[in-house]
Design a protein around this ligand. Structure first.
Ligand SMILES: [Zn+2]
Ligand SMILES: [Zn+2]
Length: 370
């Protein structure tokens, strides 16, 4: 029997060490043998089944400062931390009290929201936990992530039971999908709306599925890759436009009696997608920004006020959208076999990160199965 301080030994055979990817600084991640964490009274231990690799993991790997070309920007991942914030796992240890507090049983599959709120700052006290001031996140700051065989779930983590019917790497897609759904909710889509989604990566595809679930009149997908646009169709896009050889603004005008789109959801991360959105929208339209940009976007701000009186909104993380994301995944509405394009073992973590960072690599969602 493994001895767990105040905890219940569940597996009867928890190993003492595990394989984990450890961040030692930019471009210095190594696969190591580290101790398996032992859950305290208010913690759980999960065996990681799958962890998605996100564009933000690539940025952190290269060091945010270098990526941005701005030495003043701090690197996001703490030294010594295990990366990985899009994960699913099986509860393998935890005290009876903690399991009953969370209404979970051993052997149950869970996902955790990426942010671990402090519950003390002004935002947390007002229920705006996703904007928590200290902003501790699994795999970046404060708590180890899931590029490891096991992960400790702290007391403050926001946990959701996940359907066991899904392949693990599909269930881990709940993280990017919740983010996409939050952006969709920010847009307050109406039945009559023509919704344009820019960028058909994991977030954009999730936005398309979310806009379709909100039953918008027409969902339009923009991308430069025909394969991604084909995937966008399967996620619910009615119209797809390849902006490398088609005039998106003209096509959307033709679709809307010359007025322009009602809603524009931006998920490309490319500065040129910002003026594109302002120009594609009708007057009084809604722009939602989700991307993290590599360089600044320059736009004519008079379009926002004087010309169109637009609603320009930001979106960050996926608050209050996790149950909906899990339900959408369970519904089978998303072509998850195609979205989850590549899977790696933990040993291939670097290949996984490099594939996500390669714009011509042909990946959509890359997953690691520890
Ligand atoms: Zn992510
Ligand atoms: Zn807080």
């Amino acid at each position: 029997m493994t001895s767990l301080a105040e905890g219940v030994d569940t597996s009867g055979a928890l190993p003492t060490t595990m394989r984990a990817v450890v961040c030692h600084g930019p471009e210095n991640y190594t696969l190591e043998q580290v101790p398996v964490p032992r859950p305290g009274q208010n913690e759980l231990l999960i065996r990681v089944e799958a962890v998605g690799v996100c564009a933000s993991d690539v940025k952190c790997y290269h060091g945010a400062a270098k990526f941005w070309g701005d030495e003043n920007r701090p690197s996001w991942a703490e030294t010594g931390i295990i990366p990985g914030h899009e994960f699913v796992g099986i509860v393998v240890a935890g005290s009876e009290e903690e399991l009953s507090r969370r209404r979970l049983s051993l052997g149950e599959r869970i996902v955790c929201e990426q942010i671990v709120p402090c519950e003390e700052c002004r935002y947390c006290r007002r229920g705006q936990y996703w904007m928590c001031a200290p902003h501790e996140m699994f795999g970046f700051r404060g708590f180890n992530g899931a590029m490891a065989e096991y992960l400790l779930v702290p007391a403050r983590a926001r946990v959701h039971a996940a359907p066991s019917s899904l392949p693990a790497h599909h269930a881990a897609f709940a993280e990017p999908l919740s983010c996409a759904l939050h952006a969709v909710e920010r847009a307050d889509i109406k039945f009559e709306d023509v919704v344009v989604v820019a960028g058909c990566g994991p977030i954009g595809l999730g936005m398309i599925a979310g806009a379709r679930a909100k039953n918008a009149a027409t969902v339009v997908a923009l991308d430069m890759a025909d394969e991604k646009l084909a995937l966008a169709k399967k996620c619910g896009a009615d119209v797809t436009i390849n902006i490398s050889n088609q005039d998106a603004i003209q096509i959307v005008k033709d679709l809307t009696e010359g007025y322009g789109a009602d809603v524009y959801l931006e998920a490309t991360g490319h500065p040129s997608a910002v003026p594109q959105g302002l120009n594609i929208l009708r007057k009084l339209g809604t722009y939602v920004e989700y991307s993290v940009f590599r360089s600044e976007a320059t736009v004519d701000w008079s379009i926002i006020g004087d010309d169109k009186e637009l609603n320009v909104l930001g979106a960050h993380l996926g608050p209050h959208c996790w149950p909906a994301a899990l339900k959408l995944l369970e519904s089978g509405a998303l072509p998850m076999d195609e979205i989850c394009s590549h899977q790696f073992f933990l040993e291939g973590f670097l290949d996984a990160i490099n594939l996500v960072g390669n714009p011509t690599g042909g990946s959509v969602k890359v997953s690691i199965l520890p």
